[in-house]
Design a protein around this ligand. Sequence first.
Ligand code: GRF
Length: 190
Amino acid sequence: MPSKKIAVLFSGSGSNLEAILSKIHKKVFNGIKIEVVLCICNKPDAFGIQRAEKYGLKTTIIQNKNFSTREEFDNELVKEISKYDIDLVVLAGFMRILTPVFTDHIRAINLHPSLLPLFKGSDAIKQSYESDMKVGGVSVHWVSDELDGGKLIMQRAFEREDDMSFEKWERKIHEIEHEILPLSIVKILS
Ligand code: GRF
């Protein structure tokens, strides 16, 4: 059976990594088996490392603080990914700005917790909540050399409820993330 191999890069809790592992890892879609064969994290104490271990996956730790430039760190990422026959790299809460050393050589998608092109950058959930927008949402896009600027793959929006708390807004965003990231991967690979 043909299989497609993905690498997942994360930096923190790893709830999106877990969504991928629970929903599509080692599962078959349209005759294609999808498998996570590599997890990379830049934070040695990230909870996502334990989530990966539940699925028998060891995480490769590559700490950006051990490199003097962004380019050297990115080169290390590319070197590690290149050891595997990867079909798609997934940035699932990987909190690093990537340089062309990475974006020019790696076919990757990224998850962003807003309706791009609105609210790019690292504070999207708070900025979207504090905006006057009547909808919030999530985007999955191709990684390009422009931060949060690559071609869109999938988006899903939700309506702001009256007096909606930030916590409820954030919870809604994560719920949608856990749906559309695995869906996007299946759409691309199968
Ligand atoms: C997600 O909200 C993602 O959109 C953002 O970082 C968060 C990662 O969450 N880039 P987790 O580590 O997958 O739980």
